[in-house]
Design a binder for this molecule. Structure first.
Ligand SMILES: *Cc1c(COP(=O)(O)O)cnc(C)c1O
Length: 381
């Protein structure tokens, strides 16, 4: 039996909605399905300013534009993240400053963030890893103390909460992804939640999204024609994609519930291996968090054990992947002047962590197969 790492889950309504979108008068940005998606996201996140995007990368780039990040500005991000978090800063000419993550949640270590704050620091981008995030009240306290912005990279975290409040809505802005590898998908898609009541920023987000034009004011009948008013790009997703996303978001709770059950089974069945010291930790949900159960990871005491377990799973036709090659020690990180050894905790996590299959439609039989294989492998590790 082949167990893929991820399998896209379709709700069954996608085709009907796509057809409806194709038959409507607008398949470009900001059509009917876009409006429906925005309204579901507003309810889900309890946020009044939601903008859909072509992807989360573009939402992050827009956030950096909205903060007017420019050369000389520093933005603190974890090294344990995807390239998009750093690129968003670099594309504005800013400097990404890499901080450590802490071992329990694999998200920013607040103490290390504070150590890295300088007069140049403009923002912090916490990455809400695997659907579990930073203690956002602590990050916000720190940011307020130094008067800097917080932009959440909540690409993986739609549906997750901390202290009852949605991840992605604690910071000044939050960015989400609907890439095919995430929990709720439309192929390529994203969203930006602006969580501060700043009319100028909110209006500018719409302008940037609409190629630097005031098209939104035109759509709303506020002006007779629209024109070029600022810099911008083309970030509104096609309504065909929003049709897919709408069907997914209608099932947000069902999808979360399925993933929760799979996660709880892994924790229940695999925890006993934590005692022998080779498997050192696994996905856990700390107090105050509700996860969306984005992924499931195992961590080992050294890289050899991790690599061995991946290869043993592979030989049983089960896909398991590492996550992430830390950005500071990647080829681009080295070009920026970082070197291996700069962030030892992050490096160790990058070398010892692996993710095992977790997808919404995973059957009990499929999960049993993965667990049995892990029993075989871990018992003699
Ligand atoms: C997936 C992901 C992104 C990029 O999202 P896209 O929608 O593919 O642009 C950014 N940051 C993190 C942490 C991610 O996991």
């Amino acid at each position: 039996m082949h167990i893929p790492f991820n399998k896209i889950y379709y709700t069954g309504r996608e085709m009907d909605y796509i057809k409806e979108a194709l038959e409507s008068t607008n398949i470009s940005g900001d059509g009917n399905f876009n409006n429906k998606v925005c309204s579901l996201l507003k309810d889900q996140l309890n946020s009044s300013n939601i903008f859909t995007f072509t992807n989360c990368t573009h939402a992050l780039e827009t956030a950096m534009l909205l903060l007017d990040i420019r050369p000389g500005d520093e933005v603190i991000i974890p090294s344990f993240t995807f390239a998009s978090t750093a690129n968003a800063v670099l594309l504005r000419g800013g400097t990404p400053v890499f901080a450590e993550v802490e071992k329990k949640t694999l998200t920013l270590d607040i103490e290390d963030v504070e150590n890295k704050i300088t007069n140049q620091t403009r923002a912090i981008i916490p990455v809400q890893y695997g659907g579990i995030g930073c203690p956002m009240d602590e990050i916000m306290d720190l940011a307020n103390k130094y008067n800097i912005y917080v932009i959440e990279d909540a690409a993986q975290a739609l549906g997750s909460t901390y202290k009852g409040k949605a991840l992605g809505t604690w910071g000044h802005m939050g960015c989400f992804s609907f890439h095919g590898t995430k929990n709720y998908i439309c192929g390529e898609g994203g969203a930006l939640s602006i969580n501060m009541e700043d009319e100028k920023i909110i209006n500018r987000a719409e302008i940037i999204r609409q190629k630097g034009t005031n098209r939104q004011e035109f759509n709303m009948g506020k002006v007779n024609q629209y024109t070029w008013v600022d810099i911008g790009s083309s970030y509104a997703p096609s309504d065909v994609l929003m049709a897919i996303l709408y069907s997914q978001l209608q099932q947000i709770d069902y999808i979360m519930e399925k993933r929760k059950k799979i996660t709880e089974t892994y924790i229940e069945k695999l925890s006993k291996f934590l005692v022998h010291g080779k498997l050192t930790s696994m996905t856990n949900i700390p107090e105050y968090f509700n996860s969306n159960y984005h992924n499931f990871y195992l961590r080992f005491n050294n890289q050899n054990h991790r690599d061995y377990v991946i290869s043993q799973l592979k030989s049983r036709d089960i896909d398991a992947y590492i996550h992430f090659v830390p950005l500071h020690s990647s080829p681009m990180g080295l070009k920026l002047g970082y070197k291996y050894g700069d962030l030892p905790i992050t490096e160790k996590i990058g070398e010892t962590l692996m993710r095992i299959p977790l997808y919404t439609a995973m059957s009990e039989e499929e999960q049993d197969y993965v667990i049995m294989a892990l029993y075989d492998i871990l018992e003699v590790l």
